[in-house]
Design a protein around this ligand. Sequence first.
Ligand code: PLP
Length: 384
Amino acid sequence: MKNRIYLDHAATTPVSRAVLDAMLPFFSECPGNASAVYATGREARKAVEQARRETAAAIGAQPAEILFTGSGSESDNLAVKGTAFALKEKGRHIITTSIEHPAVLNTCRWLETQGFEVTYVSPDREGRIDPESVRGAIRGDTVLISVMAANNEIGTIEPVEEIGRIAREKGIVFHTDAVQAVGAIPADVNRWNADLLSLSAHKFNGPKGAGALYVRKGTRIDPLISGGHQERGLRAGTENVPAIVGLGKAVTETVREQQKNAERTAALRDRLTEGILSSVPDAFLNGSKTGRLPNNCSIRFSRIDGEALLLRLDLAGIAASSGSACTAGSQEISHVLRAIGLSEEEAKGSLRMTAGPENTEQEIDETVRTVKEIVEDLRSMFRG
Ligand SMILES: *Cc1c(COP(=O)(O)O)cnc(C)c1O
């Protein structure tokens, strides 16, 4: 079997050796419940609090402002529903965007069935949200603004610093889904004026099923899971100690290596993007050329069915995505690609490849060659 080429780092990443080594003792040698008083319980508690300090340090927060959750999706749910429920007497209007991850988008849609009102701000053709459009959507009863730090499909980096400033000025809670941003670009809750920030370990070489929500001191949210007093009563359930330890280790490493990895993946991304755009006719970049995540290459091909392209790439040992892992396979047309103004046809012909620091230039060159061959082949089949 030929070597596989993994170019879907926006969907998930492998757990690093160092992260795995840090997690392992907490499965067996130190199995204590972090709420227990005996020695292995205290060891587990110590490890959880260490991970809390590490997570806080990675985003410029205080340890007491970090809640551990079971995923990025859960963090988004807790931020959006938690705020809506806690502030429902104050107002029932929420502002978000039409290009959010489903964890925010579908949560907002559900809240609409529960008596809340939502304004979905549209991006420009590069996927950028204009802070002034957010300002224009604010009403007297707006209680939450939720705008992602960077888009998972087309990689556009959003002006969260300015949006956060507007929210702060108006006294409105600001949440940012930073799941794609943490580790890829510098993330700081104070610079971004964020009151709530979601992150997820498996997007930066940590384990799956481990997320965190930053909750600025004084920000009120209601819990979604009731039970014991874990996580300050905001997320009941025995702590997943190995996962939390893994998150802490992974976030520390990703922030330490951020600049180096960003330079490396950006060089690979550019090689991939330029390689394809210069060798395949009628191929276009989705998103912004400059304001995009260092790992993200999203390209649309005229007269191509993205699903067919993906399957052929898979046969060639290359893992990529049609838009996002969450819409792959569902034949659903990407809401993000539609929101930036692509026709159904254009959206269907899109391919997302997201690089990681372990990818090599040889892999990129092989991918460029393979994409070119497959696109030519698919187009010749349909020429009739
Ligand atoms: C992956 C992702 C999520 C969901 O995180 P999970 O931990 O997989 O639930 C949310 N938002 C964005 C932008 C993502 O890329």
